[in-house]
Ligand binder design. Structure first.
Ligand SMILES: *Cc1c(COP(=O)(O)O)cnc(C)c1O
Length: 363
């Protein structure tokens, strides 16, 4: 099938695909981010020429020059999204156009060319189709990782004139080891994730590089994840390294930090706000301080807290640890509101719950 044309992509099937029985064995317990499918999509960008060389081909290493700009100045952005196998055998994606839009916004912040949203969506769909056999059934999903990096060999500091856009896919089971149980968070006092005017709202690799030392500290403290406070006052709760946070109060109202440019505008966050409002919860996007969090957990005014993002969907926060000691939220094991929002969201994603907003797209 070499050289076969599917829309504007040249499709080259891998001659070394993993055998069906071996793939089935791997998909029994895929974990997260460690298995990869047989193919990848690449599109090149050259200043003056635009997007070109659209390809679906075997998954293989890049050959890049040691002076490749991304290796020195980290001009790179990415997305994370999932494809699901529905009960009728069809393949669904959840709000993929939102990922396309956010990718363009991240590109703008990193002074990179914006890939047209229809081309982004086409690229993702091409990979899902050619590697459809890698979508785990049941609870699993196929995690898709579109990314864009500066590929020009040049050490001057300015936006690159060449880029590579790529999509790879990784079959996924549960994100946190131990599945659904509540996570323990470490509050970082030394490190912040993003400051006003920085790149906190862009999905760029550099934000993750900056979060790793804090995540390492969290692990050393026996915690699953780190939660960051704001950079200006070291007072307001922002988000985890890769997930947004929500607080469920005793009166049923829900609070989540506002999008002021220092946190990532999560698509799961936006979906949860919509679903919670439809269920009658008063959802407020307003600042919530760490001191208030501790006080509300102690008084019982705070009943539940959870983190959310594409990879882990909705995860209860059980215990919060800082240098001033631990506190537990509710019984430390999640709660009914968290459970019901998770159930509704995953149900919509998997086609078992009505989708009034038209969030699910069949590939
Ligand atoms: C990707 C990401 C999220 C979650 O966004 P979703 O669109 O819900 O997956 C939250 N915070 C950060 C820092 C992220 O990179």
């Amino acid at each position: 099938m070499d050289g076969q044309h599917s829309s504007r992509f040249t499709v080259t099937r891998s001659s070394k695909t993993v055998a069906a029985n071996e793939r089935a064995a791997l998909l029994e317990d895929p974990g997260f981010g460690r298995l990869f499918t047989d193919h990848m999509v690449t599109i090149r960008y050259t200043e003056g020429k635009g997007w070109h060389s659209h390809s679906v081909g075997p998954r293989e290493p890049f050959q890049i020059d040691p002076a490749c700009a991304v290796l020195h100045y980290a001009q790179e952005i990415f997305e994370g999204m999932k494809a699901y196998r529905l009960a009728d055998g069809s393949i669904a994606m959840f709000r993929p156009e939102e990922n396309a839009r956010r990718f363009a916004q991240s590109a703008e912040r990193l002074a990179m060319p914006e890939i047209p949203e229809d081309l982004f969506l086409e690229a993702v769909a091409e990979l899902v189709k050619i590697d459809a056999d890698w979508i785990p059934s049941g609870e699993g999903s196929l995690y898709l990782r579109p990314f864009l990096f500066a590929s020009e060999a040049f050490l001057g500091v300015r936006p690159s004139k060449e880029y590579i856009f790529c999509v790879i896919a990784s079959p996924a089971g549960a994100y946190f080891k131990g599945g659904k149980k509540a996570v323990t968070l470490w509050v970082s006092e030394h490190y912040t994730r993003a400051a006003r005017g920085g790149t906190g709202a862009a999905k760029c690799g550099g934000n993750y590089a900056a979060s790793l030392v804090a995540q390492k500290e969290a692990t050393e403290q026996g915690c699953d994840q780190v939660v960051f406070l704001d950079a200006a006052e070291n007072k307001w709760v922002e988000e985890l390294g890769g997930m947004n946070v929500f607080f469920v109060m005793e009166d049923g109202s829900i609070v989540t930090p506002p999008l002021t440019g220092t946190i990532l505008p999560g698509i799961t966050r936006n979906s949860i706000i919509t679903l919670a409002r439809a269920k009658g919860h008063d959802v407020r996007e307003e600042p919530y301080s760490f001191a208030q969090w501790r006080a509300d957990a102690a008084s019982g005014a705070l009943r539940e807290a959870f983190a959310c993002g594409t990879a882990a969907v909705v995860t209860a926060i059980g215990t919060v640890r800082s240098k001033d000691g631990d506190f537990t939220i509710g019984n430390g094991d999640g709660g009914l509101v968290t459970e019901s929002l998770r159930g509704e969201l995953t149900g919509i994603q998997r086609g078992t719950v009505a989708d009034p907003a038209g969030w699910v797209h069949i590939v």
